[in-house]
Design a protein around this ligand. Structure first.
Ligand SMILES: *[C@@H]1O[C@H](CO)[C@@H](O)[C@H](O)[C@H]1NC(C)=O
Ligand SMILES: *[C@@H]1O[C@H](CO)[C@@H](O)[C@H](O)[C@H]1NC(C)=O
Ligand SMILES: *[C@@H]1O[C@H](CO)[C@@H](O)[C@H](O)[C@H]1NC(C)=O
Length: 397
């Protein structure tokens, strides 16, 4: 009996000591500067990782309805000091500034075009450091477009109430409903504006807005009367990470074959028809392929197993890739159906001949959630491709 009591007491003391130790230990950890250093490092890494997301800013593990906002370091600047009664009317929007170039272009081009339609001045509010970066990035590629925006440093002041418009990233909403709004400052809370229907017929204007490249693209072939250039955009990196559909090697190689075949059969008929009717280019003496994307090893492998020395892998900046496309891409193949950067490569390309993976045959989250209307996103003359057995074929719209 006595023995047992002693045991229980010792046990009790032991347990108390243990829990005390736990708290003590935790306090010591929290007090340690190393703990805080590691904590901040993890936050930084997390933030860095989140900022790699471009595609849609719809991150699968978050609510797919809410655009992902970087959680940390998105410290808004003080409210913009704006003047009222300026005799002008302005249009601005909720730019998702932490995204990348493809998304930036959709947003500013749409707001620019909507402003024109609504007889307003487009306004760019530098709401935080991400907006600062977005503005800089855009100036490297479309400086003359940005020059037409009024730019004010500061976040949206409380005196401006956001107007709900364009709530689905990639579905066009008729902007006529905005015509009756008389507010001096119209701030739309829509994001992404991924639809060419917001800027119909503006391709030539936009091409003129593009900066003239300040150097030759010496490492890559030039499109000419004798050189035909096929451009293949392959996005992988963060798309894999965020479960956004990408094309596999077999699909890409077969899609390239499909385009070549189309060019070949066109070439046979070409003796009867004008050459420009067959931009897939088999009537030109040389044919080159240039790969664009973020996975150089993958692109080298495809080049090696297809076009070999007639193929090139671009290692230029995104802005240079777009400028190259404008001057040289006779045909563009977009392999990751929903890459906005691929979209712009195609839209601005010299040949304006675009093939893309049919997004309806991919597991795109925006399609699943009814946020993307293919006919609003892809241009009517672009050609969707899908797998069929062992080949790739044109997909019916
Ligand atoms: C905008 O204002 C912030 C502080 O409010 C400042 O840090 C930043 O440099 C300013 N940017 C420009 C372009 O003036
Ligand atoms: C826009 O405003 C509506 C209504 O207040 C809200 O439901 C929606 O989440 C807002 N969208 C964004 C992107 O902030
Ligand atoms: C390309 O193919 C050759 C042989 O055909 C091989 O030696 C070389 O390592 C390959 N390069 C790449 C990057 O796959």
């Amino acid at each position: 009996m006595i023995e047992r009591n002693i045991y229980v007491d010792i046990y009790k003391i032991d347990k108390k000591k243990k829990s005390f130790d736990g708290v003590h230990y935790a306090v010591r950890i929290v007090k340690s500067p190393i703990f805080w250093m590691v904590f901040i490092l993890i936050l930084l890494l997390f933030e860095y990782w989140r900022n790699q997301v471009d595609p849609m800013a719809y991150v699968p593990f978050l609510s797919s309805h809410a655009p992902s906002q970087p959680l940390f370091f998105r410290i808004p600047y003080p409210p913009a000091l704006i003047e009222f009664s300026t005799s002008q009317k302005y249009l601005s929007s909720n730019f998702q500034a932490f995204n990348r170039l493809g998304n930036h272009l959709f947003e500013v081009v749409s707001i620019f075009s909507l402003a024109k339609k609504l007889k307003r001045t487009p306004l760019f509010l530098i709401q935080d450091c991400y907006h600062e970066k977005m503005l800089e990035d855009l100036k490297t590629i479309v400086p003359d477009l940005i020059a037409q925006f009024a730019v004010v440093n500061g976040s949206v002041p409380n005196s401006i109430k956001p107007t709900v418009f364009h709530e689905k990233c990639c579905t066009f909403q008729d902007p006529s409903i905005l015509e009756d709004i008389q507010d001096e400052y119209l701030y739309l809370n829509g994001t992404h504006y991924q639809s060419w229907k917001y800027f119909p017929g503006m391709r030539d204007d936009l091409i003129n807005f593009l900066k003239e490249p300040d150097h030759n693209f010496l490492s890559l072939p030039e499109s000419s009367d004798t050189n035909f250039i096929k451009c293949v955009h392959i996005r992988r990196g963060d798309f894999i990470e965020f479960l956004i559909p990408i094309a596999d090697k077999t699909f890409i190689i077969n899609a390239m074959k499909f385009i070549d075949e189309k060019g070949r059969s066109a070439g046979q008929a070409a003796q009867y028809l004008p050459i420009q009717k067959f931009p897939e280019g088999r009537t030109r003496i040389n044919s080159y392929t240039v790969f664009f994307g973020d996975d150089f090893q993958f692109m080298e492998e495809i080049r090696n197993s297809t076009v070999k020395e007639d193929g090139f892998v671009s290692r230029m900046s995104p802005a240079d890739d777009l400028l190259y496309s404008k001057n040289n891409c006779d045909v563009v193949l977009i392999t990751a159906a929903h890459s906005t950067f691929g979209w712009w490569m195609g839209y601005l390309s010299k040949g304006n001949r675009v093939y893309h993976t049919d997004i309806l045959y991919t597991d795109d989250i925006n399609i699943r959630e009814g946020l993307l209307e293919p006919s609003d996103y892809f241009l009517p003359h672009w050609i969707p491709l899908k797998s069929s057995g062992l080949a790739v074929v044109e997909s019916r719209k």
